[in-house]
Design a protein around this ligand. Structure first.
Ligand SMILES: Cc1cc2nc3c(=O)[nH]c(=O)nc-3n(C[C@H](O)[C@H](O)[C@H](O)COP(=O)(O)OP(=O)(O)OC[C@H]3O[C@@H](n4cnc5c(N)ncnc54)[C@H](O)[C@@H]3O)c2cc1C
Length: 566
């Protein structure tokens, strides 16, 4: 029996997205009566309005009229390709969810059950010790309090449940995982793999590692899952549960235990702190529909409202003990804001494969892991860290715009060249000066102080970008591409949608907010296991790491509770 206190719940989880869903599942299966508070509307699994629509069912050929973008998505669609009719139901309207920018920050998100687990690109890559050791080796920011060995078994654990397809490559910078069979490279991607390996040993083109079930194993893929049909319509929500989301995977398992209470439309405004016990006692929430405010108590609290959401709640949780935000004696809360940065890469035409054929679609293309600054031979003089690439090859004739009927049929049935494209994802260093904070003089419609961003790419990022573009071009050249074009667009943090770092983990309470178990140094019954906890950004898409840290932190909290120390 775990319940020992007279609280409303044993545990509260703030946010029902990728990390919140995982926290809820782990807590519920361990026997904790768990309340998940989600500020957005409720969305049941399968309640995905565009999922079964064909291209001709989507208004304006899937495009969103400019007037609508200007009115509702003026920040969300700064990349001007991303808000479509197909995924619009999942994207916040900027006029309803305002924020301020000292420097431009593209904060892209959706408030609803499942958060961005419904919207994500599903790419899953482990971190290595090259990432965990970098800050210490280079004297940047603070040292990570963990190493790969600390998280490795938790990667195994979450990957097994999530279902990650991929190919083993035995790379020190990108450890292999527990993989389902890969979605294989098509012939043009395979050609790129071979020609790049021949010319640039150390650069590896591998099938993207994605949380789509290339194989369905009911004994481990619990929840509402089934095998991926390769419809390639993941951004709409998958009624087959073929990719990992809170709705398809973690929340159903949590629900089955009978321990889950999921409460949408519940905006957590602050965490309540009791100076007498030195612990948090619960949270104060506001109902997004009725406006009613209430307090709910729990023994432990997991913060999973996403990096910025969590940090805003903590900064808003002010008390006599913590006048600058809960657990902020270090002064680091809100600082060290990072993202990956992209908007640079290259594309080209690959001739010579006209007699080749591939069947159907797939939910991922290729991945090229980082290859600079991983050892002495690959050390760069002008920048630290590195970059990876995501890309794909498609027949140029696959999806021509603007033609219909017989003419379309004729074009798509004709063989032809492939278009190869690769987008570079760069690491961003953790700068103390890059930060978010609350403007207490201005509030949103729910009375919450406005979140304000003041972060930018700096010299290291710009130098790295130049090399990322150069290397992309030389790999396309090695493949024999023609018509190569490269780009290095002006971009801002946030655009890569991997924001992290604002309540970092560290060894020293004076310079970090969380300890090595994602537990607040200052307030031991509060855990932060979303991206706010990250001490550096790596180059890999981060969500699988958030999940591994979440499962690890719940396990730790559980053991502490059983031992009577929490
Ligand atoms: C288009 C797109 C592609 C992506 N591709 C990838 C990828 O390929 N690989 C990868 O690793 N990552 C990817 N990401 C990023 C990934 O989605 C995030 O890293 C991940 O969802 C973060 O998980 P989270 O639990 O921290 O936050 P989220 O999943 O964003 O969930 C946070 C939840 O908290 C709720 N919330 C916020 N504030 C409050 C509050 N005050 N009270 C109550 N609830 C609150 C939100 O409504 C939301 O539901 C992508 C994201 C997008 C949008």
């Amino acid at each position: 029996m775990i319940r020992t206190t007279a609280t409303d719940f044993d545990a509260i989880v703030i946010g029902s997205g990728i990390s919140g869903g995982f926290a809820a599942m782990e807590l519920c299966t361990k026997g904790y009566k768990t309340l998940v508070l989600e500020r957005g509307r409720g969305v049941e699994h399968g309640d995905y309005p565009t999922a079964m629509m064909d291209p001709w069912d989507l208004p304006h050929e899937d495009r969103v009229p400019q007037e609508e973008i200007t009115k509702h998505y003026y920040k969300q669609d700064r990349l001007s390709w991303w808000v479509r009719q197909a995924n619009k139901p999942w994207i916040n309207k900027d006029n309803e969810y305002p924020y301020q920018e000292v420097e431009r920050f593209d904060w892209i998100r959706g408030h609803h059950t499942g958060g961005r687990s419904l919207m994500w690109g599903r790419q899953c890559y482990r971190w290595s010790d090259i990432d965990f050791e970098a800050n210490k080796k280079e004297g940047i920011a603070v040292d990570w309090p963990i190493r790969y060995a600390d998280i490795e078994p938790w990667y195994d654990y979450v990957e097994t449940f999530v279902g990650v397809s991929g190919q083993k490559e035995e790379l020190k910078q990108l450890p292999d995982g527990v993989f389902l069979k890969p979605f294989p490279l098509n012939c043009a991607e395979q050609h790129l793999r071979e020609t790049v390996a021949a010319k640039f040993p150390g650069r590896v083109v591998t099938p993207g590692r994605v949380a789509n079930l290339s194989e369905y194993k009911p004994e481990v893929h619990k929840g509402k899952r089934s095998q991926c049909l390769s419809r390639d319509r993941c951004i709409r929500g998958c009624p087959f549960g073929a990719y990992f989301s809170s709705q398809s995977a973690t929340l159903p398992v949590a629900q089955e235990t009978g321990n889950l209470t999921l409460r949408p439309n519940s905006i957590v405004q602050e965490i309540i702190y009791d100076a007498a016990t030195g612990k948090a006692t619960g949270v104060r929430i506001k109902d997004a529909v009725t406006g009613e405010q209430s307090a709910i108590s729990a023994r432990i609290i997991f913060c999973n409202a996403s990096t910025v959401g969590t940090t805003a709640i903590l900064l808003n949780s002010r008390s006599e003990t913590f006048p600058n935000g809960l657990g902020n004696t270090s002064g680091e809360l809100g600082h060290n804001l990072m993202d990956h940065h992209y908007g640079m890469g290259a594309s080209g035409t690959l001739p010579g494969l006209g007699d080749t054929y591939y069947s159907g679609r797939k939910p991922t293309g290729f991945y090229i892991p980082r290859f600079t600054n991983i050892d002495e031979q690959t050390t760069k003089k002008d920048y630290l860290r590195g970059f990876g690439y995501q890309g794909s090859a498609r027949r140029v004739t696959n999806a021509p715009d603007g033609i219909f009927g017989g003419a379309l049929k004729e074009v798509i049935f004709s063989p032809g060249a492939y278009n190869l494209r690769m987008t570079c994802f760069g690491e961003m260093l953790p700068y103390h000066e890059n930060r978010m904070y609350l403007d207490f003089d201005k509030t949103d419609a729910h009375g919450m102080p406005l979140i304000t961003f003041d972060a930018k790419l700096r010299e290291n990022e710009h130098k790295l970008r130049e090399d990322g573009v150069k290397c992309a071009v030389e790999m396309l050249e090695a493949a024999g591409c023609t018509n190569i074009t490269s780009y290095n667009n002006a971009t801002a943090p946030g655009a890569c949608i991997h924001e992290m770092g604002t309540a970092r983990m560290g060894r020293d309470p004076k310079t970090s907010v969380l300890n090595k178990w994602n537990q607040m140094h200052d307030v031991p019954n509060v855990f932060v296991t979303d991206g706010a906890c990250m001490t550096s950004s790596g180059t890999q898409n981060p969500s699988i790491t958030y999940m591994a840290l979440t499962a690890r932190a719940v396990d730790y909290a559980h053991k502490q509770i059983l031992a009577g120390t929490l």
